[in-house]
Design a binder for this molecule. Structure first.
Ligand code: PMP
Length: 359
């Protein structure tokens, strides 16, 4: 629904609707790449105790620099990182918005390789940053030579590389990131929201940080850590890049409750991450099952799989919803994306898809 004409919103925002995947009740949710395994009762108790402690100090503003949390995140990431080279915010959504506030803006350009994460153009729009994409290859990889030519032509202030990419699941070789870094005049962001799900042998761009001061690697606790509701995203970069983000952050942007929650969750990282192995195996099974049925399947290093192609993908999506399974109608025309769930959820998906699309 467009806004009523009396609402004096910015002209460029008027045509838009708020972003959001459907949040339906009583369906199996395989549509937003969440971790299907909730934290255990023991972890919940520990987080609750940490939050109680924080609540006793809620009359005061939180630690503006979230230092203890950034230290814990640096410790988790390894690679010789320390608190001043790590940033944290309310989801990697906020980290990315802050990156565009600091490094994008009027007269500046951000680029990426499509299809990719649907929120990037919104951050660009909201910060008045010009947004352009170059197409990925047929198999959704990024050709390094074409990427270099594109970056040389556009001279972008921000390059957003997503690895593994959403919605395709495609990871980038480090050589492609390095090729882009060699020609990019501004910052290069590698969005590794799904990094923990990558297959054996797929590297992380954290390895490149020491040699590349304009590289930012973004991560989140929403996926592998099963903490989507906690809203904690973070990024690693040179300390001076982090200082640039500190200029645009809202004062006290990260609540004491959020900081306490994330710190407590990080203390239990082994248990929270324990399901990652199972999810990776289930992802590979899902890909094999879909291929076995004759679908086209994008190779995935994430906790979701893009598959196709359907003459009428909306009908397939709707057929699955009617059977209580919610997946995502996203990506190029004809493709659908399904997140990896529990074995029971996957079986429900397999049964529903077999009914909707018998082969
Ligand atoms: N980056 C990518 C590629 C994503 O898919 C998502 C979530 N769907 C995010 C960032 C944002 O995650 P969050 O804000 O929960 O950290």
């Amino acid at each position: 629904m467009p806004l009523p004409s009396w609402v004096p919103i910015r002209d460029d925002l008027r045509p838009y609707e708020p972003y959001g995947a459907p949040q339906l009740a009583d369906v199996i949710m395989l549509n937003v790449n969440e971790n299907p395994y909730a934290p255990s009762a023991a972890i919940a108790d520990d987080i609750a105790a940490a939050v109680r402690e924080a609540v006793l100090g809620l009359n005061r503003y939180p630690d503006r620099e979230a230092t203890a949390l950034r230290e814990a995140l640096a410790d988790y990431l390894g690679h010789g990182l320390s608190a001043e080279r790590v940033w944290a915010a309310n989801g990697s959504n906020e980290v990315m918005l802050q990156i565009l506030q600091a490094f994008g803006g009027p007269g500046r350009t951000a680029v990426s390789f499509a299809p990719t994460y649907s929120m990037y153009p919104e951050y660009a729009r909201d910060t008045h940053t010009r947004w352009i994409t170059a197409p990925r290859e047929q198999d959704f990889t990024v050709d390094p030579d074409r990427a270099v030519a594109f970056v040389e032509a556009e001279r972008p202030d921000v390059v957003l590389l997503t690895s593994p990419n959403n919605p395709t699941g495609t990871a980038l070789p480090l050589s492609t990131v390095e090729a882009v870094l060699a020609v990019a005049p501004g910052v290069v962001v590698v969005d590794e929201a799904y990094a923990e799900f990558r297959r054996e042998g797929t590297p992380t761009a954290l390895e490149l940080l020491a040699a590349h001061p304009r590289l930012i690697v973004s991560r989140t606790m929403s996926k592998a850590f099963a903490l989507a509701g906690g809203r904690l995203g973070y990024a690693a970069a040179d300390a001076a890049i982090i200082d640039a983000l500190r200029i645009v952050r809202l004062p006290y942007h990260l609540s004491a409750v959020t900081q306490a929650t994330a710190l407590a969750a990080l203390r239990h990282r082994d248990e929270l991450l324990a399901q990652v192995e199972a999810l990776r195996a289930a992802r590979d099974e899902l890909s094999a099952w879909l291929s076995g049925r004759g679908h086209e399947v994008a190779e995935s290093d994430a906790n979701f799989v893009l598959f196709g192609r359907f003459a009428d993908r909306h009908a397939v999506w709707q057929g699955l919803v009617d059977r209580g399974v919610l997946i995502r109608e996203t990506g190029p025309e004809g493709w659908l994306r399904v997140s990896v769930g529990t074995p029971e959820e996957m079986n429900a998906f397999y049964t529903a898809l077999s009914e909707v699309d018998p082969r």
